[in-house]
Design a protein around this ligand. Structure first.
Ligand code: DAT
Ligand code: MG
Length: 210
């Protein structure tokens, strides 16, 4: 093995970690095995795993509830769909203000994520954060491409969800960027819950086999 393989920058790429969580709808629909299978087949490694009934505090710490930009973004994602369908958000939701809609979605998320068990995982491997996020697909199920987890296993719409006063049910959560992954991992796992072991992929898929 080349000495350069031990370089911290190369090791950081090899061991990039992301946080993945089966949401209550995904768990109740029996999709945990399917999602874990896709992650494993891609050559990524689950290094920590547990099923929990999340507390309100955990959900409020997990999502950036105080980040106004994130809250507005939640509202915006839904408003775009109202516009596309030429529906007046004000008529159906009593407001077309992205912050107000976003706040109500955020509160819906707190209830949704406590509505059943979640399965928490740390997933490790080359480019794990982006790789899993691509596998998961777009936030809005109807925009998620076939072949992605959300595209293959969900159809929910923000219009229906917002009118019903609930969050979109889209099977699975995955971190978007490194800071978010580190934050989420710290919410759901203690360091001693992470197990270091070797999977076949490390030798066969991204090890030198000749
Ligand atoms: P993602 O889960 O793709 O990272 P996010 O962080 O923006 O998306 O939002 C968190 C969750 O909130 C998302 O998975 C589903 C729900 N959600 C987002 N926008 C919504 C909306 N307009 N109406 C209802 N639920 C929404
Ligand atoms: Mg997100």
């Amino acid at each position: 093995m080349s000495d350069k393989m031990n370089h911290p920058a190369i090791q950081a790429i090899r061991h990039e970690q992301t946080y993945v969580m089966m949401k209550p709808d995904g768990v109740k629909r029996g999709l945990t095995g399917e999602v874990m299978s896709r992650i494993s087949k891609a050559g990524l490694k689950v290094v920590a795993l547990k099923m929990v009934k999340a507390t309100e505090d955990q959900i409020r710490a997990h999502y950036p509830m105080q980040d106004q930009e994130w809250v507005d973004g939640l509202g915006e994602k839904g408003l775009g769909t109202f516009e596309k369908l030429q529906l007046d958000a004000k008529e159906f939701l009593g407001t077309d203000n992205k912050s107000e809609i976003g706040r109500s979605v955020a509160e819906g998320l707190v209830d949704y994520m406590q509505s059943g068990p979640v399965v928490c995982m740390i997933v490790e491997g080359i480019g794990a954060i982006e790789a899993v996020r691509k596998m998961v697909g777009h936030t809005l199920p109807f925009k998620a491409e076939p072949g992605t987890i959300r595209g293959d296993f969900s159809v929910d719409s923000p219009v229906v969800a917002n009118v019903e006063g609930r969050a979109i049910q889209n099977v699975v959560h995955a971190s978007v960027v490194a800071d978010e992954a580190a934050h989420e991992i710290s919410i759901w796992f203690n360091e001693d819950e992470v197990i270091n072991y070797k999977i076949a992929g490390e030798d066969i898929m991204y090890g030198k086999i000749y």
